[in-house]
Design a protein around this ligand. Structure first.
Ligand code: ZN
Length: 202
C-alpha cells in the first residue's frame, strides 16, 4: 500500500490505520465485505473518505490474510483476484500501461495491461500516452527547463492539462471499466504537478 515511507502523510495514514488494529478478524472481515457492498456499482475518487477508510482496512486485512480465512462472504459481483485472492477492486492510475490496474488489497497488479478487456484498452492506452509527456514536465532537467523559456508557465500549463486528463479518467474511463468490475477507483491527483483532488472537477 501507499503508507510504507516515513513521509509525514504516510505516518498520518499509519496512525489512522490503528483504528482497524482493534478490530478482531471476524469484525474486520464483515466490515470489509459490507463496505464492498456500499462501493458496488460506482466509480470512486481515490481521495474519497470512504475509499481512504476501505484502503487502510484492506491493508490490515491483507496483513492478517483475512480473505484466506473466509470469515465473511463478499458481495457475489466481486471476483476473486489472482494476486491475493481478495475481492477484485481495481485502481486506475496514469501508469496503467506499465503497471496495469492495481489491487487495493495487496497493491500488486490486479490486471496486467495486456489483459484489460479490449473494448476499453485502446482508450486507456491513448489516454496514458497523452498523460505521459504532460506529467514529464514536472521532471524536466535544467536543460529542458531552460529551453522552454518560461518554466513556471510550462509547469502551470501541464498542471491544467493534467486536471483535464484526470477528469476524463473519472468521467469516461473509470465508467467504462465499470462494465467489467463491480467498482472502480481512479487516481484523482498528481502530486508531482501539484494537482489536488479538489482541482479535478468532473
Ligand atoms: Zn491483490
Amino acid at each position: 500500500m501507499a503508507f510504507e515511507s516515513d513521509a509525514p502523510l504516510d505516518l498520518l495514514w499509519k496512525e489512522y490505520s490503528l483504528a482497524f488494529r482493534d478490530f478482531d478478524d471476524h469484525t474486520l472481515a464483515r466490515w470489509l465485505a459490507q463496505t464492498l457492498g456500499q462501493l458496488e456499482g460506482k466509480s470512486w475518487r481515490l481521495s474519497h473518505p470512504l475509499i481512504g477508510a476501505y484502503r487502510i482496512g484492506a491493508q490490515t486485512g491483507h496483513e492478517r490474510q483475512i480473505w484466506h480465512k473466509r470469515l465473511a462472504t463478499p458481495p457475489a459481483a466481486y471476483a476473486e483476484s489472482p494476486c491475493c485472492r481478495a475481492p477484485s477492486l481495481p485502481l486506475l492510475t496514469r501508469d496503467v500501461r506499465e503497471s496495469g490496474l492495481i489491487c487495493q488489497h495487496c497493491n500488486e497488479t490486479l490486471v496486467p495491461f495486456d489483459e484489460i478487456p479490449e473494448d476499453v484498452r485502446p482508450e486507456l492506452e491513448a489516454w496514458a500516452g497523452q498523460y505521459e509527456p504532460v506529467h514529464a514536465v514536472a521532471h524536466w532537467d535544467d536543460r529542458q527547463r531552460k529551453s522552454a523559456g518560461n518554466y513556471d508557465r510550462a509547469y502551470e500549463v501541464a498542471a491544467q492539462d493534467a486536471e483535464r486528463l484526470l477528469a476524463r479518467a473519472g468521467c469516461e474511463l473509470a465508467v467504462k471499466l465499470l462494465t467489467h468490475f463491480p467498482a472502480v477507483i481512479w487516481e484523482d491527483q498528481d502530486e508531482c504537478l501539484e494537482v489536488r483532488p479538489e482541482d479535478v472537477r468532473i
